[in-house]
Design a protein around this ligand. Structure first.
Ligand SMILES: *[C@@H]1O[C@H](CO)[C@@H](O)[C@H](O)[C@H]1NC(C)=O
Ligand SMILES: *[C@@H]1O[C@H](CO)[C@@H](O)[C@H](O)[C@H]1NC(C)=O
Ligand SMILES: *[C@@H]1O[C@H](CO)[C@@H](O)[C@H](O)[C@H]1NC(C)=O
Ligand SMILES: *[C@@H]1O[C@H](CO)[C@@H](O)[C@H](O)[C@H]1NC(C)=O
Length: 396
């Protein structure tokens, strides 16, 4: 039985390789093994990956970089453009593993990063294992002497990017960050880290336009998806979140001069045991920023602490903001078909800025309960409307 199982596996691998070669026959192929990558993680493969990238990047054709099954130990990898190749597909079937000593990456902000690239797709069933737990433990015991940690996968100033499949495991900081990009599609990814791991946001988007995040599962210690200033035309659909802090626009108003967030759709999401569901959050500080045109549609909450929340009075430890109010203007935010359970009595909380009240807030078909009873809602400095059934009774 065992032997035939092994043979069967071999056949699949051969067919699979043939398929991927034939489907990419118009492309120039590069396999990291041909650049000396070590698939059993015995030696460091950083240079081999960079050489494969440089070879693909400097080819005028469409190119294909293959990372076969195996475990590849790599340090900080910065893949830089601009490339001659108009399209680079990187297929990862193996696991890319960070050094087990987090000190090795101490001086880097990112573990794997792409800068000024266009037309790059990263696909496959492989994984990035950032070995975060020892850094999390350091932060839990003595936060001052630990490094900040790296973001597992970051795209900067890039466009036409696809990430499909792939797992990000145990990031040190953010799992995936998209910064200064256009036309990014993230689909079918799995993000996994402990519920108490610090700063391990699942996907962070900022200063980016036309980003889509579909069909993904995000279990982590911080925000499931965090949305920063300058985000425009963001579409999130069929994402499951939890554990973690939920989907959050903000924290905004970190800076005095900040770009706004506009046209964000969050649809068909499921939140399980998260700290927040759908949140908009800003520091109680002056800022030029704004949030407008947000649609939160068809969400299920399972035991979520703050299912619907706008918090414009964020000022932890009353530092750097006492006596100040948020300059962020929030308007045209719709909540539609949101149902499920809150794990605290207040299921809807709109705590807006006394200087810039939230306007055009609307709730339609919302049914949130607390311990099978009616929950409560809280409103401060907010103007809006209610349509159809809304439970708890809205204070709008
Ligand atoms: C992005 O892709 C679109 C459609 O494939 C193409 O028209 C456009 O030129 C690409 N942009 C860049 C900067 O590569
Ligand atoms: C959703 O993603 C999973 C992998 O996480 C994949 O197996 C499945 O086919 C995807 N479904 C759709 C509809 O894309
Ligand atoms: C809002 O963003 C979506 C994509 O997320 C796009 O299809 C739509 O055209 C945008 N709407 C406006 C008014 O820009
Ligand atoms: C609201 O949700 C509760 C608990 O899930 C359910 O019992 C109730 O029937 C729902 N109400 C409506 C009007 O859908």
């Amino acid at each position: 039985m065992k032997l035939s199982g092994c043979n069967f596996h071999g056949v699949i691998v051969i067919v699979f390789v043939m398929l991927s070669i034939s489907s990419t026959s118009a492309m120039t192929n590069f396999n990291v093994l041909n650049f000396g990558a070590n698939p059993i993680g015995r030696t460091d493969s950083t240079d081999s990956f960079l050489k494969a990238w440089n070879a693909a990047c400097s080819t005028a054709d469409s190119t294909f970089i293959y990372v076969p099954k195996g475990r590849y130990l790599v340090g900080s990898l910065a893949f830089k453009g601009q490339c001659k190749s108009p399209q680079i597909i990187i297929r990862i079937d193996g696991t890319i593993v960070a050094p087990s000593d987090y000190g090795v990456l101490r001086k880097w902000e990112n573990w794997v990063s792409f800068e000024r690239v266009s037309g790059v797709s990263i696909i496959g069933q492989g994984a990035f294992d950032a070995k975060g737990p020892s850094l999390w433990a350091c932060k839990a015991s003595s936060s001052n002497s630990c490094p900040l940690g790296t973001t597992t996968l970051r795209f900067t100033n890039s466009n036409n990017i696809t990430i499909n499949g792939l797992t990000s495991l145990n990031s040190q900081m953010f799992h995936i960050a998209v910064n200064g990009c256009q036309n990014v599609q993230i689909q079918g990814v799995k993000i996994i880290a402990a519920g108490d791991s610090p700063n391990t946001d699942g996907i962070h988007v900022q200063l980016s336009t036309n980003v889509e995040i579909f069909n993904s599962s995000i279990k982590t210690g911080d925000d499931c998806i965090s949305i920063g200033p300058g985000t425009k035309n963001l579409w999130i659909e069929q994402v499951t979140c939890g554990p973690g802090h939920g989907i959050s626009i903000g924290s905004l108003a970190k800076d005095l001069e900040e770009e706004g967030v506009q046209n964000v759709t969050v649809k068909k999401t499921i939140f399980s045991g998260t700290q927040n569901g759908l949140r908009i959050k800003s520091w109680a500080r002056p800022s030029s920023g704004f949030v407008q045109g947000v649609r939160f549609i068809d969400s299920v909450m399972r035991n979520v602490q703050n299912p619907i929340v706008i918090d414009q009075n964020y000022c932890p430890h009353s530092e750097n903001c006492p006596g100040q109010v948020s300059g962020i203007k929030i308007k045209d935010i719709r909540y539609e078909n949101i149902r499920g359970t809150s794990s605290t009595p207040i299921a809807i909380k709109f705590d807006c800025s006394p200087k810039n009240p939230c306007t055009e807030i609307s709730l339609r078909n919302v049914n949130l309960t607390y311990l099978d009873k009616d929950a409560q809602s809280f409103c401060c400095n907010v103007v809006g409307k209610v349509f159809d059934l809304v439970r708890p009774n809205s204070c709008l």
